[in-house]
Design a protein around this ligand. Structure first.
Ligand code: TRP
Length: 340
């Protein structure tokens, strides 16, 4: 697996084309912000050609309904715009508006085996999380669909969390096998892993809306203060940064440290005997201060739904054009350019 850092990418912005995205299952939160949204903005601002997919077809990999999906797409779009991602610098689109992605999936499916899909660790973990639900064929094959997302755009760099690395490996396999069978068309993209350590929820477990441990970008300052006030800490008064022994306290320190751009040990020293109360006050202030301009922008965009819809419509049109062109290249490479 080829893995680059943000600094590698920023050092040569013209050489890279980025594609990444999110499932629209709800509004984005501080974990997304620190883990990936911040670096996407840096890439965009450095002039890297960037595509962002709001992965609406991935929503039905493991559920039976699309209830609320339009609202969720809108919320994610607002979050993107609020943090400073924008069209036309970044092409923001949904799967459902780019038909060629589905068409690319067909030849790509012929390049992988069912055994390869069945042993994908991310698919296995997602299946396990559905508590006995039979695996849909889309859950099994969505990594190939994700390869189509990445390869239609001829992306060279894919910012992802570690959990997504198996999908990127499969994308590289698809590109390699396509080249071997039909000739060079796709480069093998590299992963861009965030060097920001993973931030957990306020109870020290994975940040997720259902656990109520989330600081959402769209929350107001009082809600954020309440969530952080309810954060789990421990019985020791003196605050120290010890991720192994005191994971919940360390996570709060890490959130403050990442936002204040300081080392978590330094933040811990400053709080010291101030205890959990002071720690929570420091974290609340760091989050609310940092997110104030983001939240203000979000409110402004929320008040202008026509503009927001226009950003998506424009992005969809650009992405569809690029994907259609790639589909033509695939057709030609496979000797199927008849009747056109
Ligand atoms: N599967 C990704 C996630 O759950 C979202 C996604 C869809 C994606 N298509 C992508 C990420 C292409 C990177 C590249 O986070």
């Amino acid at each position: 697996m080829s893995v680059l850092t943000l600094d590698d990418a920023l050092a040569a912005p013209a050489q890279h084309r980025v594609l990444t995205g999110d499932r629209p299952t709800g509004a984005l939160h501080l974990g997304h912000y620190l883990g990936t949204l911040r670096s996407r903005v840096l890439l965009q601002d450095a002039g890297v050609r960037t595509f962002l997919v709001i992965a609406d077809h991935q929503v039905v990999t493991d559920r039976d309904t699309t209830a609320g999906i339009a609202d969720n797409v809108h919320e994610v779009l607002l979050d993107y715009l609020a943090v400073g991602l924008d069209g036309p610098r970044t092409t923001i689109f949904t799967h459902s508006a780019v038909a060629a992605i589905g068409q690319l999936m067909l030849p790509f499916l012929s390049l992988v085996t069912d055994a390869e899909l069945r042993r994908n660790p991310t698919v296995k973990a997602e299946l396990a999380a559905t508590a006995g639900r039979p695996m849909s064929a889309l859950l099994l094959t969505y990594p190939v669909h994700q390869a189509a997302d990445i390869l239609f755009a001829h992306a060279t760099l894919v910012p992802v969390g570690r959990d997504q690395l198996p999908h990127l490996e499969l994308t590289r396999t698809v590109a390699r096998r396509f080249t071997r069978r039909y000739g060079a068309l796709f480069d093998e993209p590299a992963a861009l892993l965030s060097d920001a350590p993973t931030v957990l929820g306020t109870d020290g477990t994975k940040m997720s809306k259902t656990r109520g441990n989330v600081v959402a970008l769209r929350d107001d300052e009082d809600t954020t203060a309440a969530v952080i006030r309810s954060a789990v800490t421990d019985g020791e008064r003196h605050i120290t940064y010890e991720p192994e022994r005191r994971p919940e306290v360390a996570n709060l320190l890490l959130i403050a440290a990442l936002l204040l751009d300081r080392a978590p040990e330094v933040v811990a020293d400053e709080i010291g005997a101030g205890g959990a109360g002071r720690l929570k006050a420091v974290v609340t202030e760091a989050v609310n201060e940092h997110l104030r301009p983001v939240r203000a922008r979000r409110r402004a965009f929320a008040a202008d739904p026509a503009h927001v819809a226009g950003v998506l419509a424009d992005g969809n049109a650009v992405a569809a054009g690029v994907a259609d062109a790639t589909l033509e290249q695939v057709r030609a490479a496979m000797g199927m350019a008849y009747g056109v």
